[in-house]
Design a protein around this ligand. Structure first.
Ligand code: KG4
Ligand code: ZN
Length: 338
C-alpha cells in the first residue's frame, strides 16, 4: 500500500509518500519560519495563505521524487487536527479533493498520533506497548500506548506546552522565533551556576505538567542578574535542565505506573539533545530503552502523517466526502486499529 501524506496544521507544509513494503519514498517540507519571525510567533491567516501557495508544488515534487503516479497511490492522508483551523482546512481541502478526483480513499490523521508513531519510521522502531512522551509546541502529554489508536492519556500540561515554554522563555531572553532550538543552543554554552530552578509539580503525585511558573521564574532571574552573554547562557542552561529534569521525573513515574520498559519521545522538543541524553541515561539505568525519530521527523513533517494514515487506511478506515478540520481533538477518542 502506498499513501500520500499532507501536513498543514501549523507553520510547516510537509508532504511525503510512504509505502508499507518499500518504506519512505520521498518527503518535502517548506517551513514558514521566516514569514512569522517578524511577529514573534505564528500568524494564523498568513500561515493559511502560505500553505495555499506551497501545497500543490510540494505535492508534485514529492510524487516526482517518489517516482509515483496518481495510479500508484492507494490513499491520501492529511492532518485533520488538532491545529490552526485555516491551516488545517488547506490540507484537508486539497487532500480530500485529490482523493475524490483520483478515486482513492482519504483519511484525516490526528497530528499527535502522527508524532507518536514517527519513531516507527526508523530502522530501530519501538514495539508495543510503550509509554510516549509527546512534547511539541502545542501539547505536552504522557500516553500509555498499547497499539495504534489504543491510547490512554496519563498526564498533560495544565498550562503551557513544553515547546511553548521554551519559545516564550527564549523570547524573554531576546531570542528570535522559534526560540526553542535557539535557547537550546545558548544553553549548550552555559555553565552550572548554582541556580535553583523549580521542578514544577514533581513534589506531588500525578503525571500532569505545568511550565508557566518556570517562565516567570526565569524572567525574575534574568531581571536580578547581570546582562552579559555568559550569564544568559547559564540561565538558559538552568531553565533547560529544569524542564528536562521535570519531564524525566514524570516519565519515570509513568513507566513505573504502567510497568512498561520502552519509552518513546516525539514532537518538536524531542529534538532537544539534553532531553535525549538524559532519558537515554535514565532508561539505561532502568534496564529499558528510549526511542525517538530522527531530528527532521521530531518537528512537523509529512512522513509521520503518511505513515499514520497508512496504518488506518490499511485497517479499512476512511473519511466520507466532507472536508473537515478539527482544531481540538482529544487523542484518546481515536478508534483503535485491530
Ligand atoms: O512538533 P512541533 O514541530 O510543532 C507542534 O506540533 O507544535 O514542535 C515545535 C516546538 C517549538 O515550540 C520549538 O521551539 C520546539 O518544538 N523545539 C525545541 C527544539 N527543537 C524544536 N525545543 C527545545 N529544544 C530543541 N532543540
Ligand atoms: Zn507537531
Amino acid at each position: 500500500m502506498r499513501v500520500l501524506g499532507i501536513e498543514t496544521s501549523c507553520d510547516e507544509t510537509g508532504i511525503a509518500v510512504y509505502d508499507d513494503e518499500l518504506g519512505l519514498l520521498s518527503h518535502t517540507l517548506y517551513s514558514q519560519v521566516k514569514l512569522h519571525a517578524d511577529y514573534g510567533g505564528v500568524v494564523p491567516e498568513l500561515a493559511s495563505r502560505d500553505h495555499v501557495r506551497k501545497i500543490v508544488p510540494l505535492i508534485r515534487q514529492a510524487l516526482k521524487d517518489a517516482n509515483t503516479e496518481m495510479a500508484d497511490l492507494d490513499g491520501i492522508a492529511y492532518t485533520k487536527g488538532p491545529g490552526l483551523i485555516g491551516a488545517l482546512l488547506v490540507g484537508a481541502c486539497v487532500g480530500r479533493s485529490l482523493a475524490f478526483a483520483w478515486d482513492k480513499p482519504a483519511i484525516g490523521v490526528h497530528h499527535m498520533e502522527g508524532h507518536l508513531l514517527a519513531p516507527m519510521l526508523e530502522d530501530d522502531a519501538p514495539e508495543f506497548p510503550f509509554v510516549a512522551l509527546l512534547v511539541s509546541g502545542g501539547h505536552s502529554m504522557l500516553v500509555k500506548v498499547d497499539g495504534i489508536g489504543r491510547y490512554e492519556v496519563l498526564g498533560e500540561s495544565v498550562d503551557d506546552a513544553a515547546g511553548e515554554a521554551f519559545d516564550k522563555t527564549a523570547k524573554l531572553m531576546g531570542l528570535d522565533y522559534p526560540g526553542g532550538p535557539r535557547l537550546a543552543k545558548l544553553a549548550a554554552k552555559g555553565l552550572p551556576a548554582g541556580y535553583k530552578f523549580p521542578r514544577p509539580m514533581t513534589d506531588r503525585p500525578g503525571l500532569d505538567f505545568s511550565f508557566s511558573g518556570l517562565k516567570t521564574f526565569t524572567a525574575n532571574t534574568i531581571a536580578a542578574e547581570p546582562d552579559d552573554e555568559q550569564t544568559r547562557a547559564n540561565i538558559a542552561r538552568a531553565f533547560e535542565e529544569a524542564v528536562v529534569d521535570t519531564l524525566a521525573i514524570k516519565c519515570r513515574r509513568a513507566l513505573k505506573q504502567t510497568g512498561y520498559n520502552r519509552l518513546v519521545i516525539a514532537g518538536g522538543v524531542s529534538a532537544n539533545t539534553r532531553l535525549r541524553e538524559t532519558l537515554a541515561e535514565m532508561m539505561g539505568s532502568l534496564g529499558g530503552k528510549v526511542f525517538y525519530p530522527r531530528g527532521e521527523f521530531c518537528t512537523d513533517n509529512g512522513a509521520m502523517i503518511a505513515f499514520a494514515g497508512l496504518q488506518r487506511l490499511k485497517a479499512g478506515q476512511h473519511e466520507d466526502l466532507a472536508v473537515k478540520g478539527q482544531p481540538r481533538w482529544p487523542l484518546d477518542t481515536l478508534p483503535p486499529v485491530a
